[in-house]
Design a protein around this ligand. Structure first.
Ligand code: GSH
Length: 233
């Protein structure tokens, strides 16, 4: 029997952070799948494992815990798997970085495709994307990340923020060369951290599985098609 049940679409988007934490910690999980997600979302709130508007939803079977909202799920896993810093201020900062990652993917998909990317919109967004990237660089600089070494909030081993950082920028960078080029230039220490952490065997295996199961897909839908159009990807 698996340790967890995860409800997330068949794409390596918001739910990929959750998959990565489970994979990194050597946990097993089963995926409810797209049909079950739609059924749950369209069903009565009373029968939901936890009230939720959109996935990811994670169920920790042994603990009898069900959670939604990606940063809450990631914080729960970080805490229970021993991947968050000990100091309360650093734990809160870790959650802040996870929220930043969630904001970045919302902005990159224009809030789930409320409108589509055009070249003009993308051009206007690039300075903002670079500013987001610089947050990682500056946070790392303040806490011990160095060129080619260290972790985002210090420490001797990857923590929850390093895994989220690696998934955020590697999943995006592998699918959109133009974004990878911006990251390499705007945030070189973050790009190097991303490469180091994404190369760890459980995360590399998860990325290969995403390729196998979801192909080139990132967030899916028309918004991904419009992003590919403006980025020539
Ligand atoms: N704030 C939520 C956003 C959840 C969300 O927007 N999920 C998307 C998939 S990435 C979805 O399918 N939403 C459907 C909906 O909101 O109706 C989180 O961080 O988990």
């Amino acid at each position: 029997m698996s340790d967890y049940e995860l409800y997330y679409w068949s794409v390596p988007f918001r739910g990929q952070f959750v998959r990565a934490l489970l994979a990194y910690a050597g946990k097993t999980w089963t995926e409810g799948g797209d049909e079950a997600i739609s059924r749950l979302m369209d069903g009565p709130v009373k029968t939901m494992p936890v009230p939720f508007m959109g996935p990811p939803v994670l169920i920790d079977k042994a603990a009898g815990v069900a959670l939604a909202q990606m940063p809450a799920v990631v914080l729960y896993l970080g805490e229970t798997l021993g991947l968050t810093p000990a100091a309360p201020a650093l734990r809160a900062l870790a959650l802040k970085v996870v929220n930043d990652a969630n904001d970045v993917i919302d902005e990159l998909t224009l809030d789930g495709g409320r409108e589509m990317w055009t070249e003009a919109r993308w051009r206007a967004f690039v300075p903002r994307l670079k500013k987001w990237m610089s947050f990682w660089e500056e946070t790392g600089r303040r806490h011990g990340l160095r060129p080619g070494a260290g972790f985002l909030l210090g420490g001797e081993a990857p923590g929850v923020v390093d895994i989220v950082t690696a998934v955020l920028w590697s999943t995006m960078g592998e699918r959109f060369e133009a974004i990878q080029a911006i990251l390499d230039e705007a945030a070189p220490m973050t790009a190097a951290l991303t490469r180091r952490v994404a190369a760890l065997p459980p995360l590399a295996e998860l990325a290969a599985r995403a390729r196998r199961d979801y192909g080139d897909a990132y967030c899916g839908g028309q918004i991904e098609a419009s992003l590919r159009r403006v980025l020539g990807a």
